[in-house]
Design a protein around this ligand. Structure first.
Ligand SMILES: [Zn+2]
Length: 1043
């Protein structure tokens, strides 16, 4: 018989064949030709004689172990060949002969790993258990083989059940302890790990977990792992212990009466049925058998799943859906394009005067210097377009008080006279807007923060409509933020922090304080505790629980009308001691991974620091770590099929002053009032001779707040026909930001864009002459105001509503889309559309765009280039940004159209409005892994040079202004433009001095504070200069090529 011959041929002499390179292929070939069966037959034959023929058996067993490992049906084949008993009895007969025994155990292991189910019934476990107990360092190879075989067997749930019933779990725990204590020099890590794997498999079943807890498993493993934390070699052990501890730790619901947001908002006219309310908190699942252990160190888990999500239906990709509303409705948007019907005949004569009034010294008196008619009309229009607070119904605006200041600050005594101390005391009813505190503070404020005015802020904040009816102003938003003179590198991750944090979190709370000290609806805490507060614009903290003397568990509030989307936090903390590291655990995070594990820090603002002249949000926190915790959300409450997991963000903070008032946030806050007061300042500071600026209201939000719409372009050069025609015919650029309220980085980028657009920079001047900008700086004001992370008041993700928005539920989206429809209907669809976002999982700044070809190609579809012709113009802008914007990285961009994104602004505007350059621009919350901001240097020679910079507001704003520069270059590259524009551009972008200045400025800005070595400086400068030169060269080549 062929098989038998083959087997005989294979054994002994040609055994070496299978251990040489190329083995894998040969073995697979052999398996396909019935090799496993033949070997098993040979084994049965060789095992029959008494005593067995060991000279054949040993190589045969070795071969079987080898081949079986690669044969997925090996277990079945063993069963079929009735070889199970043969192997087991061979092992039993050789209990005293360790070489033979070990060989048998290897084969048993591959049987168990590859589907031999009957081993458990046949007494294999008893045999293996006998081999490994009691603890002994003799015959370690045999012990190892037995433990590995046992671990393989225990993967089967019925075997695990059997093992528990026979009392093996306790035995395994004791054995693990013995190995742990005796393996002082860590020579037997694989044995310890093997035992842990046995425990890990057994605890996959409920019975196993209960028995584990009953056998003091938590304490035993927890104590043992404490000795391992300092040693890097022991990572596999620490990881496995952590997995077991986490799995066995009793699951609990969050310490909340209901996970649903503490705020609810009645939707208009029953527009949508309420989502089913969560069940009682007792019904959380004790959770399915196994939990997926996602690899935390794989940053790209997301991208693996993306390919399945690609839209591959060419017809869907190319179709243009019909209008989602009656066509006559579009007429209402005509009034949102006042620039198209503006009559410039009243334009003043002295338009050439240069505007040189410094920003902060702007007064009404100076304003009068301008042409009276023009100013009057401006004011009249502004009043009509952008209702400001003063004109509103006084009843609608409410009294706001600044949060109480630190009590003992020295400046405080100097600043306030004794009789008005009441106004500083939180309990003395000092909630008077005219309080001395506010007045004195306003007098003290240096007004030296560009584009920020506390007065304007207060005025705007008074008009905000919030669900909780905020009565307090957070100090940082009122006082303002000035970026620090340096950027901070990403935190370097210390070895073992994750494991240490994770395992220590699994201990029972050491001290039974567990006092509830803050609840968004209750009173302040006990003496000696920190005091928390977050009932102010964009604030989000639901509950704080003191778990140890200096440690607090914090719970974020869910988005309004929802029970999820916890990520954004912003709260005040006071009554701290000096030099104490406080530990905070935010215990209801939802994302399975976070940049907090890759160098990102949160931000902190100290009121004392601010009053001493350093008003700034700073990156803060150390020993930061993010991991899955033991809290679960019941399936009903989580709105999903299975109970949802929660994650903990944990960090330590040392506050800079005693008894300070500090604010902590997920990222640099940027409230709705900040945005509105910023627009007020921009409006007042622009040069109306040069900048055409209209602020209108796109619509009112569900919460009754106004969503502003801006139009920015250059005033026409003159009243002459040509110039007016040029004005009316400028292509449109449509920009939006902050549809997701937790993405405050998007607002800082938008701030940079707006400031550049109205600035007197000659590039801005030229850019304004090239485009009409339509800008919605904050698409989700209600979400931002109420401290949401993702949604609007309806509980919807507004960036998933673009296909069919409704005017009742998603007014801002409905009208933004309406305006875009209108532009398309008059043949003026924008040249560029960009929606600013923030990305929590990736580094750098990048865009998502839309390309049919790239989508099909990525999905592995055939692309018929004759059928699909596509303009690759969508790539130009990101390519330019890669060169001009230090934080922007082309390689991070993607141009794929995903099914799950079909209702986002980017895809809808691309498909329905036919906008080729339709983008989502994502800014990281963290920092840069490429480009100029990647290289940092430290004075400490030991410190790494590889950590990139964390982005600050300065870098985000710079991104916004560089985006504008990119638009200008795009215009020069892609559109026919007049000789005049080209000449101006050449003059601006080609002036070497100017460029050097600019470059140096930007580099100095980026690297201020680093007392870096000259060579480094030169390197960085050179790098940036090269970039510039490159752009210049391109522009110049283009310049000569046209007209
Ligand atoms: Zn977003």
């Amino acid at each position: 018989m062929l098989e038998q011959e083959a087997a005989e041929h294979m054994v002994s002499p040609s055994e070496s064949l299978f251990f040489s390179p190329g083995t894998g292929r040969r073995i697979h070939y052999m398996i396909s030709k019935g090799g496993s069966e033949a070997l098993l037959q040979a084994l049965t034959a060789a095992a029959q004689p008494e005593p067995p023929d060991h000279s054949t058996l040993l190589p045969l067993l070795r071969l079987l172990a080898r081949v079986g490992q690669r044969d997925q049906k090996f277990g079945l084949k063993v069963q079929k060949a009735d070889a199970t008993d043969t192997i087991l009895s061979l092992a039993r007969r050789n209990l005293g002969h360790h070489l033979y025994l070990t060989h048998c155990l290897w084969v048993l292991r591959v049987c168990a790993s590859n589907g031999e189910a009957t081993l458990g019934i046949n007494g294999a476990m008893e045999l293996l258990f006998k081999v490994i107990t009691p603890y002994s360092k003799r015959h370690v190879r045999t012990v190892r083989a037995a433990i590995e075989a046992l671990a393989a067997l225990l993967k089967s749930k019925s075997n695990s059940r059997r093992a528990v019933n026979r009392g093996y779990l306790g035995g395994l725990l004791r054995l693990y302890q013995d190995w742990h204590h005796n393996d002082v020099s860590n020579n037997y890590i694989y044995i310890r790990r093997g035992l842990l794997l046995c425990l890990k498999h057994i605890t996959n079943i409920q019975l196993g977990r209960e028995t584990f807890l009953g056998s003091r498993g938590m304490e035993i493993l927890f104590t043992s792992v404490q000795d391992c934390l300092s040693c890097k070699n022991l990572d596999p052990i620490i990881t496995t212990v952590t997995q077991i501890l986490r799995k066995c730790y009793p699951k609990e619901p969050l310490p909340l009466a209901s996970v649903r947001s503490s705020y609810s908002f009645p939707l208009p006219r029953n527009a949508k049925a309420e989502p089913p309310c969560e069940g009682s908190e007792g019904d959380y699942e004790s959770d399915g058998e196994e939990e997926d252990e996602k690899d935390l160190d794989n940053e790209d888990v997301e991208s693996k799943e993306e390919d399945y999500d690609l839209e591959t239906d060419v017809n869907k990709l190319r179709s243009r859906p019909v209008l989602d509303r009656p066509e006559e409705e579009l007429r209402q948007y005509e009034s949102m394009c006042p620039e198209l019907s503006h009559n410039f005949q009243v334009l003043s004569q002295c338009g050439e005067k240069d505007f040189k009034i410094p920003l902060q010294s702007w007064t009404k008196k100076e304003k009068c210097r301008w042409d009276q008619t023009d100013v009057k009309r401006d004011i009249a229009e502004a009043a009509q377009d952008a209702p400001s607070c003063e004109e509103e119904d006084p009843a609608s605006s409410h009294v706001l008080a600044l949060r109480p200041l630190p009590k003992d600050a020295a400046w405080c005594k100097k600043m306030f006279c004794s009789e008005c101390e009441d106004s500083i005391n939180p309990n003395a009813g000092g909630r008077l807007e005219s309080s001395y505190t506010l007045t004195n503070l306003l007098e003290k404020h240096q007004e030296d923060i560009p584009f920020h005015s506390p007065r304007f802020y207060v005025a705007r904040a008074k008009c905000v409509k919030s669900i909780a009816d905020y009565k307090d102003l957070a100090f940082p938003d009122f006082w303002g933020h000035q970026p620090p003179p340096y950027s901070k590198p990403m935190l370097e991750r210390k070895h073992g922090v994750q494991s240490a944090e994770e395992t220590s979190s699994l201990k029972q709370p050491a001290i039974g304080i567990l006092a509830l000290i803050y609840c968004s609806c209750s009173s302040p805490g006990a003496p000696g505790c920190l005091t928390f507060f977050s009932k102010f614009e964009s604030g989000n903290l639901r509950k704080a629980i003191q778990v140890r003397e200096f440690e607090y568990d914090l719970i974020m509030n869910a988005d309004v009308n929802s029970n999820q989307h916890h990520q954004w936090f912003y709260f005040e903390v006071r009554d701290m001691k000096l030099a104490v590291p406080y530990r905070f655990n935010i215990i209801n995070c939802e994302k399975f991974n976070s940049q907090f594990n890759y160098g990102m820090q949160l931000v902190m603002y100290s009121v004392k620091e601010a009053l001493q002249g350093r008003p700034r949000w700073l990156r803060a926190g150390h020993d930061i770590c993010y991991y899955k915790n033991h809290y679960r959300c019941s399936a009903a409450a989580g709105g999903g099929m299975r109970g949802k997991f929660y994650y903990t963000l944990t960090f330590s903070i040392k506050f800079p002053h005693k008894d300070d008032v500090c604010y902590l946030a997920y990222h640099y806050p940027y409230t709705y009032s900040t945005m509105m007061s910023h627009l007020d300042i921009l409006e007042q500071n622009r040069n109306p001779k040069k900048v055409y600026w209209r602020q209108q209201t796109l619509c009112q939000t569900l919460g009754g707040n106004l969503c502003p719409l801006l139009t920015i372009t250059a005033m026409p050069e003159s009243k002459k026909g040509d110039d007016l025609e040029q004005f009316y015919n400028r292509p449109y650029v449509f920009l939006m930001a902050r549809v997701h309220p937790g993405e405050s980085n998007a607002s800082w980028v938008m701030k940079g864009t707006l400031e550049f657009l109205v600035s007197s920079d000659p590039i801005a001047d030229l850019l304004r002459k090239c485009f009409i900008f339509k800008i919605v700086p904050m698409l989700n004001p209600d979400g931002v105001i109420n401290g949401n992370h993702r949604c609007s008041l309806s509980g919807d993700d507004l960036n998933r509503q673009w296909l069919t928005p409704t005017s009742q539920l998603h007014p801002t989206i409905y009208h933004a889309k309406g305006l875009l429809y209108y532009l398309r209907s008059i043949g003026r669809a924008p040249l560029v559309f960009c929606d600013y976002h923030g990305h929590s999982q990736k580094k750098n700044v990048f865009v998502y765009g839309c390309s049919i070809k790239e989508t099909l190609w990525q999905a592995g579809c055939m692309v018929d280039t004759n059928v699909i012709t596509e303009d690759v113009g969508y790539r130009t802008l990101p390519k330019i940004l890669d060169k001009v914007a230090p934080a922007f990285v082309m390689n991070s961009c993607s141009f794929l159209v995903e099914k799950s994104r079909e209702s986002t602004a980017r895809v809808v505007v691309w498909k329905e409005m036919g906008v080729l350059r339709s983008y989502t621009m994502e800014s990281t919350y963290c920092g840069c892994s490429h480009g100029l901001y990647k290289c940092t240097f430290s004075l400490k020679p030991s410190a790494s040079l590889h950590q990139g910079l964390q982005l600050g507001t300065q870098e985000l704003e710079e991104m916004g202004s560089k985006f504008c520069l990119g638009l200008l270059i795009l215009h020069l590259k892609s559109l026919p433009c007049s000789k005049k524009v080209m000449a101006q551009a050449a003059l601006l972008l080609d002036l070497e001095e100017e460029i050097t200045d600019r470059t140096q400025r930007s580099v100095i800005v980026a690297f201020r504070g680093f007392s870096c070595e000259t060579s480094w400086c030169r390197y960085v400068l050179g790098l940036n200069l090269q970039k510039w030169t490159f752009v210049m060269a391109e522009v110049c080549i283009l310049g000569t090529g046209m007209y």
